[in-house]
Write a protein that binds this ligand. Sequence first.
Ligand code: Q46
Ligand code: ZN
Ligand code: ZN
Length: 309
Amino acid sequence: MIKRNRCSLCKSKAFIFLKYAGIKLCKEHFTIYFINRMAKTIKKYQMIKPNEKVLIGVSGGKDSIAMLHALNEILKDTNELIAVHIDLGINEYSTESREIFKQICSKIGIKNKIVSIKKRYGFTIEEAIKRVKRPPCSICGLIKRRILNEYAIELGVDKIATGHTLDDEVTYLLINYIDGKIDMLLKRKPILPRIHRKLVARIKPLYEISDLETQIYCLINNLKYVEKPCPYAEDSPTLKIKKIIMQLEEIRPGTKLSLLRNFTNKIHIALERYYLEKTNEKINECIKCGYPTSQKVCAFCKLKEKIQS
Ligand code: Q46
Ligand code: ZN
Ligand code: ZN
C-alpha cells in the first residue's frame, strides 16, 4: 500500500501507515498490533474473565470475521467460545453470508451454530420489512438483538461479543447526539452489563478498532468476508454519516479515537451521574415475553405482532 517505506518495528517493507498512531507496519506486525490492541481493549474495559463462556456474533462482514479470528487467537485457551450466525433470510446476501461463516468456522475449528429467524419466528427479515412501514435496519436490528439474546440464554453464555467497530460507535454517538437521545447515549458503552435476568451482557471487542483495520486484518490473514453490502444498507442514513466521519478522520487523523475515548472516559461518566441519579424510571417486564421494558408490551413483541397480523 505504501512504497519505499519501512516497518517501524522491524524495518522490513511496510504494508500500512496508520496515520492516527503515526506508525508504519509490515503485514506480520500489523497482525500482532491488531490482536494486541483487541486484547488491551478487553482488559481495559474488563470485558471477559477467564473461564467465561462467550458467544461471538458473526454476520460474515469484515468486522465480525476479523473479530472472530482475533478473539479465537486471544481466548481459545482460556474460554469456551461459540460462533453464532443469524440467518436473516435476505436472499443471496444471506446465502453468501452463511457460506462464509461456515468456511471461517471450519478454518479455525471453532464450535458454531446458525440460527434462522424464519425457523424461530416464522418470517424472514425480507418479509418483515415488506409488512411493516419502518426503516429496514431498525426492524432488522431489533430482531437480531432479540434472537441473539434468546439464543445466548438458551446456551447459558456469560457474554455476547458483537462486531461494533470504532467507526460504528462514533457514528451512533453522533446520531444520538444530533437527535438529543440521552437514553441512547447512556447505552453507548464498550460493555453493557447484565442488568436483568433476561438480558445477557454484551461486549464490543472492536470498540477502539476501525473499519479500515478490520479490512486490512482480513486481507493480510486471507480471511474471506461478504464484500457485497446488504441490499438495505445503501439507503441507510447511518452509512452516509459514517462516510462523513471517515472524511473527518482523513482531515484530522485520530479524531474518531479521541472522540470516543473522551466520550467514554469523561462525558458518559458525567451523563450517567447526572441523569441516572435524577430519573428513577421503573423497569417493567413485558406482559408477553417477560423482557424488561418501560411499557406494558416490549418493542419486540409489538413489532412481531405487526409482522404477523
Ligand atoms: S443486515 Fe439488517 Fe444490516 Fe441489512 S437490513 Fe440493515 S441492519 S444493513 S448490519
Ligand atoms: Zn515489521
Ligand atoms: Zn415482549
